[in-house]
Design a binder for this molecule. Structure first.
Ligand SMILES: NC(=O)C1=CN([C@@H]2O[C@H](COP(=O)(O)OP(=O)(O)OC[C@H]3O[C@@H](n4cnc5c(N)ncnc54)[C@H](OP(=O)(O)O)[C@@H]3O)[C@@H](O)[C@H]2O)[C@@H](O)CC1
Ligand SMILES: [K+]
Length: 514
């Protein structure tokens, strides 16, 4: 999985490279500027044809320094440049100051004036607007500095204007992707070495446009401890090919608990998901009163009657049940509470979704009984019921950066509960109690907005359950299921209903050559 960095992690990588003598600040800044120009030309090849005009907005830190390099490189290609600087030249940090001086010998540096800049953006004269106002050092909102510019860039971008953010859109928190106030929207964000967390969560993708990563010569092989992973396509480890000749029990047996009559659809969706993702066997455990309803709908999924916790405990005497799924359509009464307690007491890998999460939230100590083989799959509302303090911090407008992020929220929730937590969204955040964290981003070229449909979460719970049943560890199962779920949705496209998701999985696996 690719790594997503915080600004502190990126600074540490740079500092490390400098300490080893692999790089110096001036060289990195020059490469950063070169990377920005190369990425702009790759994104918009028509910019190569003849000299153009650029509006370059520079800030008081090293992000501004990158802006001066970009201005110089474009001017050397014959471009006309209008450049504005927020802050005093003599207070720029050394590398930025050197590049300021070098630019100042070629062109004009105009003092920042929000209204003038906004007017120039709105005139539409610029072929490219470069936001090098604030990058990873942006510590607070910029509405008071650049509010008019932000509004003008928004219109400019919507009309197809090329707006490029250097490293991060100014005003966006690098670590949380949260709007610190007055973010400058970009059509392309060019970041350095590795992508940042804030580009893949919260409001990040809405402001970044697209992401390009420029190599600035830092060692690609140096791993960053504690980095958040960006979930990528699962590898062969989830394929069945390695187990040819194995029988169905070698792929596990998932048990999905269903609710009463008229409410079994959600559990049936989850069960189908578990089967399609490769669990060898899947059994639906439904109360006696719902047996007929379930039997009318099921073929490959098996059916057992489970009315109370004793039935479940007796069933789980069979050690071949390798994962449980509780929640979809299950109900939140005393019977279901007792089933949840029995399931947790069994210590089996378990996915807790929907009504199981409501039940947990109703108890005095919601995290009691959870363990490291549990995966909680809340959406935002369920998360808020379980972890109200964390949700409040996520909802409060951040006064300063780095702001509290969805990653920090799930990490805290996972540490507190001892379970893997998967917070659903287009930017699904996943954390394990040991601190590992990942983002699955159904964003940018993997966007699947039609995935927000009734029953989609039930299928996701089933996919996690199926992978757990097959022996995948909880954190990996959650991440892999999120990827498969989104990929299935992308394969089906608009018009998707939840029933389509499990049935799209064979095509997903074929494409992955699993
Ligand atoms: N390190 C390297 O080797 C490389 C770094 N590179 C580049 O450096 C960038 C990071 O540079 P940086 O650390 O100087 O931070 P940057 O974002 O320019 O701003 C800091 C300044 O802005 C100010 N300020 C912040 N928020 C503000 C606000 N809302 N309103 C007003 N002021 C505000 C802040 O002031 P303060 O918060 O201290 O009051 C400080 O003066 C990074 O994004 C990348 O582009 C590349 O060249 C590759 C090599
Ligand atoms: K920027």
């Amino acid at each position: 999985m690719a790594e997503l960095l915080t600004s502190a992690q990126m600074r540490a990588i740079e500092a490390d490279a400098m300490a080893r003598g692999d790089a110096d600040g001036a060289t990195l800044m020059e490469r950063a500027g070169e990377g920005v120009v190369a990425a702009a030309l790759a994104e918009w090849p028509d910019l190569e044809a003849g000299p153009k005009a650029a509006l370059v907005l520079c800030g008081p830190g090293n992000n501004g320094g990158d802006g001066f390099v970009v201005a110089r490189l474009l001017a050397e290609r014959g471009w006309r440049i209008e450049l504005f600087l927020f802050g005093a030249p003599d207070r720029l940090p050394p590398d930025a100051r050197r590049n300021h001086d070098s630019w100042a010998s070629m062109g004009r540096v105009r003092p920042w004036d929000d209204e003038t800049v906004a007017g120039l953006v709105s005139s539409g004269d610029a072929d490219l607007a470069v936001d090098a106002l604030f990058g990873s050092g942006c510590s607070r909102g910029i509405g008071a500095i650049a509010g008019q510019t932000a509004a003008a860039l928004d219109v400019f971008r919507a009309a197809g204007g090329r707006t490029l953010a250097v490293d991060m859109p100014s005003g966006l928190c690098t670590d949380s992707g949260r709007d610190l106030g007055g973010v400058l929207p970009a059509a392309l964000t060019v970041t350095f070495h590795r992508a940042r967390i804030g580009q893949f969560t919260a409001e990040g993708s809405a402001f970044c446009g697209r992401i390009a990563i420029a190599d600035i010569g830092l060692d690609q092989d140096v791993a960053c401890p504690g980095a958040v992973a960006l979930v990528e396509a699962p590898g062969r480890v989830i394929g069945k090919a390695a187990a040819i000749g194995g029988h169905k029990y070698s792929h596990g047996h998932a048990l999905v608990l269903a609710g009463g009559p008229g409410r079994t659809g959600a559990a049936r969706l989850a069960a189908r998901g578990a089967l399609r993702v490769g669990a060898g066997l899947v059994t639906l455990a439904a109360p006696g009163a719902a047996q007929l309803e379930c039997a009318c709908h099921l073929t490959a999924v098996m059916l057992r009657a489970v009315d109370g916790p004793e039935d479940l405990t007796a069933l789980l005497d069979d050690p071949r049940f390798s994962a449980l799924c509780l929640g979809p359509g299950m109900g939140t009464g005393p019977r279901e509470a007792a089933l949840l307690a029995a399931a947790l007491a069994s210590g089996r890998p378990a996915v807790l979704d929907a009504d199981a999460l409501r039940l947990l939230a109703k108890t005095a100590e919601p995290v009691a009984g959870l363990h490291g083989h549990c995966v909680l799959t809340p959406h935002g509302g369920e998360f808020a019921r379980l972890f109200p303090d964390l949700a409040e911090r996520l909802a409060a407008h951040p006064a300063r950066g780095p702001a509290f992020s969805r990653i920090e929220a799930v990490r805290a929730a996972s540490a507190r509960s001892g379970a893997v937590v998967l917070l659903k969204g287009a930017d699904t955040a996943i954390a394990a109690p040991d601190g590992r964290a990942a983002i699955h981003a159904a964003l940018y070229d993997r966007a699947a907005p039609w995935l927000a449909t009734a029953g989609s979460g039930d299928v996701l719970a089933g996919l996690v359950t199926g992978l757990l049943a097959r022996g995948r560890p909880a954190f990996e199962a959650a991440a892999e299921a999120a990827w498969l779920h989104a990929d299935a949705a992308r394969r089906v496209g608009p018009g998707l209903i939840a029933e389509d998701l499990p049935d799209a999985l064979p095509a997903v696996f074929r494409a992955l050559d699993l």
